[in-house]
Design a protein around this ligand. Structure first.
Ligand code: GAL
Length: 420
């Protein structure tokens, strides 16, 4: 073969190799030096907390560009739908927000998510996350998310100013609640503020009422079949909720949870039942005039949920994804994130001195209270049951039909194979 022909052969072989390599990289999977992280944290303390964790990541990995993919809407109302479409459509973000617990079932983890068992072992996470949380995180015997926090859902926030001016103390039972609420109503103050615009907030309030009426074990039993939804205590909880709704702001269906919390900031409302992301939100607004108490009848019970970050199978930026998960599970990452987010660390070794008085009280309660799983925030039931539950409660607050709501709740339990 002549010298020229030899060169031509080598060049053609090289061209064929390049063509073959290009064909082997699936479309949309071009390696980049990015990290796409998906959540519904767009504002207030939630965005501040996430940014604080990003700052830690950026310091350690300055060449990685973080793509902060967010879809606004409390409790992930809108984000979860977008996420599902992206996952099943083969275009998942590298990492995304996922509640610890049965919510993971929604994303068909064996098919679409990466099990994270080996990173748990390598980072020693099985030792720094509490046992209760570890068991909540395991689904089909694998870990699918790295928990960044613990939130409490059953908090009643109140305006200290309104309570002080009217010589009132925060109610600890529903009977006390109605007395306090009557006194406030008589003064022209909205006793309880609520916003139900996004369709999950009525369900959130009601799960805390269920806990107060049924107690920790009775409430937990609703999700395992030990307690039937036909129980007279469920009727009582619905009656209580119906009465509670006669003390709320009239514009509730047009407001989000944070719009409702604004009533407290403005001194126009007295109480608000919401998770402790409200603490982060108040902090971001520089509002200091709030107090807190367990939702009436729930002292000693901690209605818990945890945000974790999951890893998509076929993630475009695998190395960056792994380093991100390590930051999310680290002490430094969690100490930066949680004081701003209004949650406590999932880890047990964070420094309490970095947290405000409310969060320090939450840490103490988390260590001693009975822990129950939140349904609205992904812990207690699979997503399709939680969704039906939320819709029933949203209908209930407009119709007020106790029997129809209770029948529908029992039917939902049956449809999910838990009640007979
Ligand atoms: C929860 C989530 C919290 C907070 C809240 C309000 O589901 O776990 O971190 O975002 O919704 O949107």
């Amino acid at each position: 073969m002549s010298r020229r022909n030899r060169w031509l052969t080598i060049l053609s072989l090289l061209a064929i190799a390049v063509l073959l390599m290009t064909a082997c990289v699936p479309a949309g999977k071009k390696a980049t030096n990015k990290l796409e992280m998906f959540s519904w944290w767009t504002a207030g303390g939630e965005a501040d907390g996430l940014n604080a964790m990003y700052d830690i990541y950026k310091k350690a990995y300055p060449s990685v560009e973080i793509v902060n993919a967010t879809v606004a809407g409390g409790a992930g109302t809108n984000a979860k739908a977008v996420l599902s479409t992206r996952i099943t459509g083969g275009d998942p973000p590298d990492s995304f927000q996922l509640h610890a617990g049965l919510e993971v079932e929604k994303y068909d983890p064996a098919k679409y998510l990466q099990p994270l068992d080996s990173i748990y072992t390598a980072e020693g996470w099985d030792k720094v996350f509490p046992k209760d949380l570890i068991s909540l995180l395991k689904y089909q015997d694998h870990f699918w998310g790295v928990p960044v926090n613990i939130h409490r859902a059953n908090v009643m926030w109140y305006s200290k100013d309104v309570f002080d001016k009217n010589g009132l103390t925060p109610p600890t039972t529903w009977d006390e609640f109605f007395k306090v609420a009557d006194a406030l109503k008589a003064k022209g103050i909205v006793p309880l503020v609520i916003g139900t615009k996004e369709g999950w907030e009525a369900g959130h309030t009601f799960e805390t009422i269920l806990i107060s009426v049924l107690g920790a074990d009775g409430y937990k039993g609703l999700w395992t079949g030990k307690t039937q939804w036909t129980d007279p205590k469920v009727t009582q909880a619905l009656e209580t909720f119906k009465k509670v709704m006669t003390y709320v702001n009239t514009d509730y269906s047009a407001l989000t949870w944070s719009d409702a919390a604004q009533y407290l900031v403005d001194g126009k409302g007295a109480m608000h039942i919401m998770g402790d992301w409200t603490d982060g939100w108040f902090t971001s607004k520089n509002f200091k005039g709030y107090g807190w108490a367990p939702v009436p009848g729930t002292k000693g019970i901690f209605d818990a949920l945890s945000d974790s970050f999951a890893a998509a199978k076929g993630a475009k930026n695998q190395a960056n994804l792994e380093s991100w998960l390590k930051v999310a599970g680290s002490k430094a990452g969690q100490e930066a994130f949680n004081p701003k987010k209004g949650s406590i660390c999932a880890r047990t070794d964070c420094d309490p001195k970095l947290f405000n008085t409310y969060l320090q009280s939450a840490m103490q309660d988390w260590a001693k209270d009975a822990i129950v799983p939140s349904v609205v925030h992904g812990a207690a039931a699979v997503e399709k049951w939680a969704t039906v539950y939320k819709d029933i409660l949203t209908t209930f607050i407009t119709k007020g039909d106790v029997k129809a709501a209770q029948d529908a709740l029992q039917q939902a339990c049956k449809d999910n194979g838990v009640c007979k």
